[in-house]
Design a protein around this ligand. Sequence first.
Ligand code: ADP
Ligand code: ZN
Length: 195
Amino acid sequence: MEVARKQPEHGWIEVITGSMFSGKSEELIRRLRRAQIAKQKVQIFKPVIDDRYGVDQIVSHSDMRIASESVRSSDELVRRVAKDTEVVGIDEGQFFDPHLTAACNTLANAGKRVIVAGLDQDYLGRPFEPMPQLLAIAEYITKTLAICVVCGDPANHTQRLVASQDRVLVGASGLYEARCRHCFDPSLAEPTPEP
Ligand code: ADP
Ligand code: ZN
């Protein structure tokens, strides 16, 4: 009698995280390209909120590009993943809802390699949900650092250059720069008090 052999299980979560300009999108695109070269079925997603570069591409600050699908929620993302997809790439993880962690778990449990890139901290240096939760459950974590534009040290912070207390402020260039812990000054984002 033939014994039904359990299918080998694949599937895990990789997180690429760090400040703005640290190369998260480049690293995500690099890994996804290699999967495509290996002829794996790849699907790539980003949240609708980040529409700076048009709707259907992930674009790095160094102008590397890869086609993507835009989704409004992590539930929509899971629904859009085809059964035979082997690799799922997700950019701007910090702009997703708290359900992203469960969504990535579901996909990894279903045998998919899930690669998520996202900011680990906001403009005040606070952990940027849901990235900390994702880091806790990921098998692999890559922390990327930029170059501090003030002193040239490795930069772990995203410095907001304009006064705004919105946690999410995307759009025009010149709003942010990379800074190390010594040159980072969150008070620059505080509105100047009325005289
Ligand atoms: P992230 O997704 O982390 O914001 P990207 O992958 O989009 O980063 O962009 C990384 C690229 O940004 C670098 O290869 C470099 O060309 C450019 N860049 C601009 N400013 C900086 C900086 N201060 N430090 C490092 N790279 C920078
Ligand atoms: Zn510095």
